[in-house]
Design a protein around this ligand. Sequence first.
Ligand SMILES: [Fe+2]
Length: 384
Amino acid sequence: MAEISHTLCRRRQNKDTVLMVDDNPANLQVLQTILEGQGCRLLTARDGTSALSVAAKEKPDVILLDIMMPEMDGFSVCRNLKADPATFEIPVIFLSAPERTEDKVRGLEMGAVDYITKPFQPEEVIARVTTHLTLRYLERQLRIANTELKELTDNLDKKVEERSQQLIRSRDSIIFVMAKMTEARDDDTGKHLERICRYVEILAMELAKTDASITDSWIRTVVKTAALHDIGKVGIPDGILLKKGQLTPEEREIMETHPAIGGDTLLELREEMGGGGPYLSRAIEITLGHHEKWDGSGYPFGIKGEAIALSARLVAVADVYDALVSHRIYKSGLSHEDACRLIQEGAGTHFDPRVVNAFEAREDDFRRIALSMCDDKTHQGECG
Ligand SMILES: [Fe+2]
C-alpha cells in the first residue's frame, strides 16, 4: 500500500501546481520553504483579487488560502472560486488562526476541503497538501477511466446491436428458407407464401385498431412466421402433394397430417433449443392450427373458438382466400367477389367472426395484393 501511495505521489508531483495566498509575505515565505523539494510548482498571491486572477489563468491543483486579508477576505475569494465553473473544482485549504474554530467550520461549509492552523507545522502542511494533491490526481484518473469506460460501453452497445441485427437477419433467412423448402416441392403455389404474409399483416393491423393486446411486435412475429404454416408438407408423399386432380378420401387423410407433421417438427426444435422465443411459439401455433375451424370441425385436433390461436385464425382466412382466388391446374380461380362471399359465409363456422369482420373492412387491400402479386405461370381468378 505504501509503495502504491509513493508511486502515486511521484506520478502526481510532476504536474502539480500549488497557489499560496496570504497578505503576509513572511507567511508566504514559510510556506514556500516548507513545500520546496516536494516537486510542485509554487505560485503566490498577496490579495484576493490577484488570487482569483492567478487561479483562473493557471488552474492550480490546490490553493492554500488565508482567511484574514484586507479588502477581499479568504471567504470571499473561496465564494468566487466556487462560483466560477473554471475554478470550482480546485480544492481550497484555508489557513486559519488556532482560536478561530468558527472560521474553520464556515470555510468547510463554503466548500473548502481542509484547513491548516497557524503557526505552520511543516509535517502537517506537507501531509495535508500531499493528501489533497493525491485526491485531486485520483479524481482526474477516475474521470479519465469513466470516459474510457463510457466509450467502451458505447462500442459494446454498438457491437451488440450489430450482432443482434445479424442474428435477426439469420433467423429471418432460416424461416424463409424453411418455408421455401416446402414451396419448392409444390411448384403450383407460386407467390402463395408472400401473399399469405401480406394478408395476415393486413388482418392483424385491422384487428389491432380495436384490440390493445395486439402489439406491433406480435404482428411482426406472426407476419414472419405465417410463411411456415405448411412446412409439414415436406412429410407428404409427392404422389399426393403433386397430384393433378382431386384427392381420394385416403389421400386427403394423409394430406391432412401436414399440420401435425409441421407442428411436431417445430415442437422438437423448441425442445432441442430449450425454449426458442416468440418466433418459434407463433410458428408452432400457426402450423398446428391453420386448418382448425371456429366451430370445431377442423383438423388436426378439432379444437374450436378461441382455443385456436389467434395467429392461426388469421392464417386460416388468408390461406383460404388465396386458395379460392388462385388458379391451379386442377381448378379455376374464383373472382374476388365470390371469394369474399365464401369467406363471409364461413364466419362463425369455419372462421373467427372477428377476423372475418377485419377481412370485410380490408377486402379492397386483399384484392390489390391478389392483383399485384399475381403469379406469372398460374393465373389468379382476378388476373384471368
Ligand atoms: Fe395447410
